[in-house]
Design a protein around this ligand. Structure first.
Ligand code: HEM
Length: 205
């Protein structure tokens, strides 16, 4: 039992379930506000984006800390992001649109923020379905190329958020800046910066 509790994967799994647990608790106590559907849509959308950001943080953090094992948690974070994206999409097609396929198709074509969100969601599907070790081995180098799609997904997610916000752009702009920084850190100078910071940290210690 002690060994199970010391497993970081278990803790990360439990923490990733907290936003869902919160929604269920708020739903049970009537705490979802005057517009529960909007509350659930916004909450699941936010946690999808946070999940994408956490997934994108793993590689720079690994370079900065030298802790190679961090890579073991990346898949779980990515899959949790996909899980919240599914909840977000299901909330939209079920609670918002009542499975009215014609209205959903119209929305996807006519409302740019829905078009972009839908594109991000569709692009997440091949990533989630090839996330297993078996698929990694089978696809070889092509796996890495395919999984670079997450960069596009994160950018589309930010555009989706920017496009749907009507007044105060602060929040989507902050998310956008974080995504851009995480992508920039993958460029050669970003990698060098992480390595230099790591070397500097080791020298100070
Ligand atoms: C990777 C995929 C997606 C991400 C990361 C994402 C993210 C977000 C975020 C961050 C918000 C705003 C939350 C807030 O206001 O605090 C949001 C809202 C919303 N999203 Fe998405 N989304 C995605 C896909 C989709 C899809 C596929 C649809 C529907 C086809 C959709 C429909 C909506 C709607 C209707 C809202 C609420 C708009 C409003 O309240 O005015 N999203 N999403």
């Amino acid at each position: 039992m002690g060994a199970v509790l010391r497993n970081p994967k278990l803790w990360i799994f439990a923490i990733c379930l907290l936003p869902l647990a919160r929604l269920i608790a708020l739903g049970g106590s009537g705490g979802l506000g005057a517009n529960p559907i909007e509350f659930i849509t916004r909450s699941t959308g936010t946690w999808t984006l946070v999940g994408l950001i956490l997934t994108l943080s793993v590689t720079p953090l690994r370079r900065l800390s030298g802790y190679a094992n961090l890579i073991r948690y990346r898949r779980m974070l990515g899959l949790f992001s996909f899980f919240y994206a599914c909840l977000h999409f299901v909330t939209y097609i079920w609670l918002d649109q009542f499975f009215d396929l014609a209205a959903i198709a119209r929305d996807i074509v006519k409302r740019p923020f829905i078009t972009v969100g839908f594109s991000a969601f569709v692009l997440l599907i091949p990533l989630a379905s090839t996330s297993t070790h078996a698929m990694m081995r089978r696809l070889g180098r092509r796996w890495q190329h395919l999984h670079r799609l997450i960069y596009l997904v994160a950018l589309l997610a930010v555009v989706h958020y920017l496009w749907l916000v009507k007044k105060d752009l602060t929040s989507p702009l902050i998310y956008g800046a974080v995504v851009v920084i995480l992508l920039a850190l993958r460029l050669p100078w970003g990698v060098r910066l992480m390595q230099a910071l790591r070397g500097w940290g080791a020298a100070v210690r």
